[in-house]
Design a protein around this ligand. Structure first.
Ligand code: PXL
Length: 436
């Protein structure tokens, strides 16, 4: 299911924050992003140079052009800059039955004013009550609540004060208040407080705040309750901050690149596979492939695999060829079929069939399934490349839980095979070492 999300925010040409960060985050999480630009900033990772607002009329026309065409699942509001823009957003969105995530942005990490001083009262009076949830950091929460924040207790008080401005749900991000290397994000979900404590990542970055509120907006659009949505958005943001890179000369830009992460995880998995003791004995005639997709695969092209194979050379095992999306047809098709039924399964590899390996897997309480190639219908046999999908489908169609292993005992001219499945390459390897 694709969700449509609109962000109403300012442009950041460095793509670290603002509209560009929102769209990248929506995209990374599988949502379709639409955008209404309120202001254009000129800034880079070292400095903020200036800002020019878009006219209120033009903001109105952009909003109308989107609302009259798309069915939206959620809206995020970021930088709004001035009074007239706030008033227009208010009149266009009031009365809409739609979750709105309001990220109060007052000042950029590179030092520019993103909300004019005389717009603050209208921001509180008009925009805050429109929101389903507001996501200030400590500094923004201090301004909104009108109190100083020094302790977790102060954060709770600030959340209650912000609630009185007319918004039910508040998340105050504790990043500016690290204590013993931990930070605490506080969610006030209507009447209930949740404190989410996580590790402080000491990394000055550009884009963390926008990433969090944009990810939260996707989570809410999908329909998750706030505590779950906050946890997952926060995890995505931490990964983005951990992954922040110095792309310009100044602040590192926070960004999570899924595809690169998949490459690293699979490469490490392949290297570790080749180091499993006596692993050469497990390589089948047709050699081994190891595949991974860290997003839900829709086709073979979403699955990373070796374009060559992991081959046996005497008692050594060597990866050949390059890692590529769509690189593996056989193990890739098997993964695709399993992941259609069990979306947690994202990685697989194949090893040589041996009935002792299967017996050991069962003794170790792994979930073992199989299919019988001799039962393959003729029309499938005739259709090039559909045997594996058919067989795996047969094996999993009545399964109640994800398989760890699927095997078949071969057919005329077909080598028998064992496939091991898991959530990640690491998970697959853990199962492998249990049984070989
Ligand atoms: O992170 C808040 C933010 C939002 N919008 C724009 C920004 C920034 C921070 O720099 O530049 C356009």
């Amino acid at each position: 299911m694709i969700v449509n999300i609109l962000t109403i925010a300012g442009s950041d040409p460095s793509s670290g924050a603002g509209i560009q960060r929102d769209l990248k985050t929506f995209d990374a999480l599988g949502a379709y992003g639409l955008s209404v630009i309120t202001a254009v900033t000129s800034q880079n990772t070292t400095r903020f140079f200036g800002v020019q607002p878009v006219s209120a009329d033009m903001v109105k026309n952009q909003i109308r052009s989107i609302l009259s065409d798309f069915t939206l699942d959620a809206i995020k509001i970021g930088m709004v800059f001035d009074k007239r823009i706030i008033q227009v957003i208010y009149s266009e969105l009031k009365g809409l039955d739609m979750p709105i995530v309001l990220d109060p942005v007052f000042e950029s990490t590179t030092g520019g004013a993103l909300l004019q001083k005389d717009a603050f009262e209208d921001f509180k009076k008009l925009l805050v009550p429109l929101a389903y949830v507001i996501t200030p950091n400590i500094i923004e929460a201090e301004r909104l609540a009108g109190i100083k924040i020094k302790t977790i207790n102060d954060i709770h008080n600030a959340a209650k004060k912000i609630q009185r401005l007319g918004v039910t749900n508040i998340i105050i991000k504790g990043g500016h208040l690290p204590y013993k290397n931990k930070i605490v994000d506080v969610l006030l979900d209507n009447k209930r407080f949740y404190d989410f404590s996580h590790k402080f990542i000491k990394m000055k970055n550009h884009g963390g705040g926008c990433t969090f509120s944009a990810a939260l907006c996707v989570e809410i659009a999908i329909g998750h309750d706030l505590p779950i949505a906050v946890k997952s958005a926060s995890k995505f943001t931490s990964l983005s901050i951990k992954n922040a890179t110095n792309l310009g000369k100044g602040l590192a830009i926070a960004e999570k690149r899924d595809r690169e992460d998949a490459v690293t995880a699979l490469l490490q998995g392949i290297v570790r596979f080749t180091k499993v003791s006596n692993i050469y004995q497990q390589i089948p005639e047709c050699q081994t492939n190891f595949v991974y997709s860290n997003t839900k695969p829709g086709s073979l092209e979403d699955i990373l695999g070796l374009e060559g194979r992991i081959v046996r050379a005497g008692t050594r095992v060597l990866p050949t060829g390059i890692l590529k999306y769509g690189g593996s047809k056989h193990v890739g098709s098997a993964l695709l079929e399993v992941s259609k039924r069990f979306s947690s399964i994202r990685s697989a590899l194949n090893i040589k069939f041996d009935k002792n390996t299967i017996a050991k897997a069962k003794r170790k309480k792994l979930h073992v399934l199989s299919y019988d190639r001799s039962k393959e219908p003729l029309y499938i046999k005739k259709k090039e490349g559909s045997t594996i999908s058919w067989g795996i489908h047969e094996a999993v169609k009545n399964a109640k839980s994800p398989p760890d292993i699927i095997f078949h005992k071969g057919g005329i001219g077909k080598e028998p095979m064992i496939l091991i499945f898991g959530r990640t390459p690491d998970d697959v390897l853990k199962k492998l070492v249990k049984i070989v």
